[in-house]
Design a protein around this ligand. Structure first.
Ligand code: ADP
Ligand code: ASP
Ligand code: MG
Length: 422
């Protein structure tokens, strides 16, 4: 039988008993005749705790040292898991990202994988051992420093290694039964979906469904690696993420695959700019130079009397201060009256491939929000997604209202097995 890559998230290895349970699951896979390679996250909320600790020590820690610190979390869990597997009579060998051949660029905190040279992992497998690889980390090809792939990046380590090792499947073990129509912590009536396409999962991950790291889905789509998201705490089948969920069956996919909210964006309005060619270019050039990631953009119709208008955009809250500074620095060139900003916003999104061919989706979406008394500040759409900006306070109600309006509510409450949702 072929190779299975399994990734266990933080809540799956939160304490000694959990680590022993995961070890048994890995041993069972091996005993069923598969080769297994495991990717592991840091225990519980370790990464958040290390992050908090660093900021108590230093207000602005250097990226290199942050990565050195945070990667320690995964080193702890990988060694403990290898010990637990040994006790079950199998040989397990733990490897850091660097030892496993995860070569990245040198962007600390958000490094991208540029090559994978998994020679040591392949030798371990050939020896009949079970490699345990630390997730979310690699080594820079030029500086040789340790890097991290960004929060939630162990999923990406897992899919990348699954591709490099030509695994049959990449299994992502977590604290819920699979991918749901909404975050079950936010919408109790969310229901699990059996399959979802890479395209829909990409949209969901991009708009805040943190069950899978966005880049792991990009990787899986590019190389056609099937992902099976499932619970560590039950043996139930989870959700398969594949290219075409309708393949082989006669069933049509549902119109809507899910809803999600993202609370990590801020909104900036540039008040009263001239409505003439070159203004938007000047604004977004200044923001690009400051490395600000822009999401939604809205420009109003200009007032006839003044020929001036407002431009509003959203960006990650973490980039907000930098964005405001960059705009102030370019004030002479852009020529605006003032800037306003708001951190207390949410982006609420509806995703579904069936939107393409079903008229009326927007009407149902906006009616649901209006019936729930939710005020909409901005709107953006893609072929298979509608997103609106609301106040952060309105987001939970907006999610529930839209979920209900599209008939996605399950009969019972979704199970969340563990984790703090942090
Ligand atoms: P892990 O530590 O295993 O990587 P994460 O906390 O990163 O786990 O991801 C699992 C969590 O993702 C779930 O506990 C759930 O609260 C959240 N989540 C958000 N959106 C969804 C969704 N659509 N389906 C399932 N879980 C979701
Ligand atoms: N431990 C890292 C984090 O919490 C990576 C991961 O779990 O995917 O972000
Ligand atoms: Mg995760």
């Amino acid at each position: 039988m072929g190779l299975v890559v399994q990734k266990y998230g933080g809540s799956s290895v939160a304490d000694a008993a959990s680590i022993r349970r995961v070890a048994r699951r890995i041993a069972e896979t091996k005993e069923a005749g598969h080769d297994v390679t495991v990717i592991v996250s840091a225990m519980g909320d370790t990464t958040d705790e290390l992050n908090d600790l660093a900021h108590k020590v230093s207000p602005n820690p250097p990226g290199r040292e942050m990565d050195m610190l945070l990667t320690a979390g995964e080193r702890i869990s990988m060694a403990l898991l290898a010990m637990a597997i040994h006790d079950l009579g199998h040989e397990a060998r733990s490897y850091t990202g660097s030892q496993a051949g995860l070569i990245t660029d040198s962007a600390h905190g958000r490094a991208r994988i540029i090559d994978i040279t998994p020679g040591r992992i392949q030798s371990a497998i050939a020896d009949g051992a079970i490699p345990i690889v630390a997730g979310f980390q690699g080594v820079s090809h030029d500086s040789k420093d340790v890097t991290t792939l960004g929060r939630g990046g162990s999923d990406t380590t897992a899919v990348a290694l699954a591709v490099a090792l030509k695994a049959e499947v990449c299994e992502i073990y977590t604290d819920v039964d699979g991918i749901f129509t909404a975050d079950p912590r936010a919408v109790g009536r969310a229901h699990k979906v059996d399959t979802i396409s890479y395209d829909e999962m990409l949209e969901l991950a991009a708009v805040g469904a943190k069950v899978l790291h966005l880049r792991c889905v990009e990787f899986a789509r590019r190389f056609g690696m099937p992902i099976h998201v499932r619970s560590t705490f039950s043996n139930a089948t989870g959700t398969w993420v594949v290219a075409d969920p309708t393949e082989g069956g006669t069933m049509e996919q549902p119109i809507i695959s899910g809803v999600a909210a993202d609370l990590n964006d801020a909104k900036i309005t540039i008040v009263s700019v001239k409505d003439e060619p070159g203004v938007a270019a000047a604004i977004f050039r200044a923001l690009a130079k400051a490395g600000v990631n822009i999401d939604m953009i809205v420009q109003n119709v200009s007032a006839q009397a003044t020929g001036r208008t407002d431009v509003t955009f959203t960006c990650p809250t973490a980039d907000m201060a930098r964005a405001l500074q960059a705009l102030f620095d370019a004030r002479d060139e852009i020529d605006f009256e003032t800037l306003t900003s708001d951190e207390d916003i949410a982006k609420v999104s509806l995703v579904g491939a069936g939107m393409r061919s079903n008229p009326g989706v927007s009407a149902t979406f906006f009616s649901a929000l209006s019936d729930a008394g939710v005020n909409i500040e901005m709107i953006s759409t893609s072929e298979i997604r509608i997103s609106v900006v609301t106040s952060a306070a309105a987001a939970p109600e907006a999610l529930r209202a839209v979920h209900t309006a599209f008939g996605l509510d399950a009969d019972g409450e979704a199970v969340v097995y563990a984790g703090t949702g942090r």
